[in-house]
Each structure stands twice: as structure tokens, then as C-alpha cells.
Design a protein around this ligand. Structure first.
Ligand code: PBG
Length: 328
């Protein structure tokens, strides 16, 4: 006899009670803010495909991160854009490359900032692929050595966590043993475990100048049609020593996030990627949606699906809206 005994609306009548019985809450400390660093001292170049995002010179990056810290954002994740690209992506593991320089500057000025470095080669290779190529084939095992070199370079510069995103088989294990050999046994690894070959990365590739010069990434990133395979990737990464795992993108993969969360003994991150961000911005610019509400609703849904952490370009805006008491 559900009705009239049960009336779920009793709990919805007043904002105070709705807040009390809310199942999912957003907190800025669960946000990881992606930022793009360029090797100049001063630069703040708008990324046209991602309104509100910039390629930042080192000092501008430090200022930007200072604001993130004040807003209570949990961490930043750095992507570097090198001055020159080459076939082996040497700018990714150069000791004085843009990311190590950015890490050192951030660590010098902002002691409390938690700094993560993305580990991939696509921003640094002239062909735009995430590893070493031979003809048009991407070679898995030779790429591992270079990815491990990147991770060690960032660790030596003082980074707090590394996040390999190249989708090479064995990348977490290769990076773990290289870090251990270099004395960084305590440095955690966030695996981009279930990273799909997604069209939602389009705006990022403009931001990071990393679109592949030929072909696509379907030979190494996952097929969007697959869910069980994501669990396999997560198991493999945890087996290789991943301390946290990730599903990417987020919004079209909420089912994958939920399933990974159910099975994973380690924290689960989800990457609310560039295309997801830019769609919201574009619609908001046209006045078609209420940007704060839509943004908070999206972030809430990613958390509700099971993500413990969210990588999102909305981090600062969302942190401000949360502080203002806005709700999805
Ligand atoms: C690098 C990398 C990409 C993203 C994060 N790390 C691009 C890609 O795989 O092409 C995408 C992030 C985004 O779209 O916001 N491999």
C-alpha cells in the first residue's frame, strides 16, 4: 500500500530538508584542475576552443594555481607544450623541459599545492602520437622507456603524483619500476586506465597542439563500445601498481564509472574532458542553458555515478559556485 502512506514529496518541500537528505555533495577538494604550461615566463594565451582556458607561462601558471589553492581545489594536473617537437618527443623527458620547470616553480612558491603531471608523449612528438612510431605503427615497448623517463624527470623535479595517459600496455608497471629505481617509491601513480578513443578530446588537441598528424588513436585507446574491457584495463593497472584509476571521458561513460567503482579497491577518478566542457561553454554563451546549474548537475552526476575525484576545467567556476551556496 504505497500511497498515501508513502509520499516522497514530504522530503522535497523545503530547501533545508532537501540539503539534509542529499545523497551526493560536491566539494572542491575532489576537483583536479587541468592546466596547460608553455615554456615562457609570461604568457596567457586564450584557447579559443575552450573559453576560459589559457596556455600559461610559468609565472602566470603560478598565479593561476595560487587562485586554485585559495578556492580549495584539491590538485592541478599539468600538460606541457614544448617549444619544439621531434619524433621521439624529447621535450617530454628533458630535465629542463616545460613541465619540470613548471613543477619546480610551483613547488617553490606554493608549498601546499598538490601537483600532478600528465605523462604522455603526444604533446611532444612531431607526429602527435602518444609514443614511438615506425612507419605508421606505434611501438608499445620502446614507448614505455620514454614514458618512464618522463615520469622520473617530473618526480625528480618534485611532482606529487604522475598520471600516465598514453594507453600503452604495461605503462603503469614500467613507470612504477623506473620510479622505484630512482628512489621515488612513495610517489603515487594515477592510471588513465579506461581511456577511450573519444571525439570529445577535440578541443584539448587544439589547446595542447597534439592532434595526430596521420591516422587516429584507435589502435591504443579503447573502443567506446566496450565496457567489460574497461574492467580488464583497470585490473591490469592495479596489478601493475596503480594507486588510483581513471575513466575518461566522464559524461558518456557514467555506466563505466559506476562499474569500475563497484569493483575497484582503489580510488576512482573521472576526466570531464575538453569536449564536455566546451559544449557547456558554447551553449551558455548562446544563452541556451544556465551555466552554473548545468555545470553543477554534470559534476554531481559524475560523482553520483561513483567517481571519487573529477578532473575538470570547470574546477574554479564550480568551486566559486559551491562557495556561493548554489545547487545543481
Ligand atoms: C594525452 C591526453 C589527452 C587528453 C588528456 N591527456 C588527449 C588525447 O588522448 O588525445 C584529453 C583531455 C581532454 O580532452 O580534456 N594523451
Amino acid at each position: 500500500m504505497p500511497f498515501p502512506i508513502h509520499r516522497p514529496r514530504r522530503l522535497r518541500g523545503r530547501a533545508l530538508l532537501r540539503r539534509m537528505v542529499r545523497e551526493t555533495r560536491l566539494h572542491p577538494c575532489e576537483f583536479i584542475e587541468p592546466l596547460f604550461a608553455v615554456p615562457s615566463k609570461r604568457a596567457r594565451k586564450p584557447i579559443s576552443s575552450m573559453p576560459g582556458q589559457f596556455q600559461l607561462g610559468i609565472e602566470d601558471l603560478v598565479e593561476e594555481c595560487g587562485r586554485s589553492l585559495e578556492l580549495g581545489i584539491g590538485a592541478v594536473i599539468l600538460f606541457g607544450i614544448p617549444p619544439k617537437k621531434d619524433p621521439l618527443g624529447s621535450g617530454g623527458y628533458a630535465r629542463d623541459g616545460v613541465v619540470p620547470r613548471a613543477i619546480r616553480a610551483l613547488k617553490r612558491s606554493l608549498k601546499d599545492l598538490y601537483v600532478i603531471a600528465d605523462v604522455c608523449l603526444c604533446e611532444y612528438t612531431s607526429h602527435g602520437h602518444c609514443g614511438v612510431i615506425e612507419g605508421e605503427r606505434l611501438l608499445n615497448d620502446p614507448s614505455l622507456k620514454l614514458l618512464a623517463k618522463c615520469a622520473v624527470a617530473y618526480a625528480d623535479a618534485g611532482v606529487d603524483m604522475v598520471a600516465p595517459s598514453a594507453m600503452m600496455d604495461g605503462q603503469v608497471g614500467a613507470i612504477r619500476s623506473a620510479l622505484d629505481r630512482a628512489g621515488h617509491q612513495e610517489l603515487p601513480i594515477l592510471g588513465y586506465s579506461a581511456k577511450y578513443a573519444s571525439a570529445f578530446y577535440g578541443p584539448f588537441r587544439q589547446a595542447a597542439e597534439s592532434a595526430p598528424a596521420f591516422g587516429d588513436r584507435r589502435g591504443y585507446q579503447m573502443d567506446p563500445s566496450n565496457r567489460r574491457e574497461a574492467l580488464h584495463e583497470v585490473d591490469l593497472d592495479i596489478g601493475e601498481g596503480a594507486d588510483l584509476v581513471m575513466v575518461k571521458p566522464a559524461l558518456s561513460y557514467l555506466d563505466v564509472i559506476a562499474e569500475v567503482k563497484r569493483r575497484s579497491p582503489v580510488p576512482v577518478a573521472a576526466y570531464n574532458v575538453s569536449g564536455e566542457y566546451s559544449m557547456v561553454k558554447a551553449a551558455a554563451e548562446r544563452g541556451w542553458i544556465d551555466e552554473p546549474r548545468v555545470t553543477l548537475e554534470i559534476l554531481t552526476s559524475i560523482r553520483r555515478a561513483g567517481a571519487d575525484l573529477i578532473l575538470t576545467y570547470h574546477a574554479k567556476d564550480a568551486a566559486r559556485w559551491i562557495a556561493e551556496g548554489r545547487e545543481p
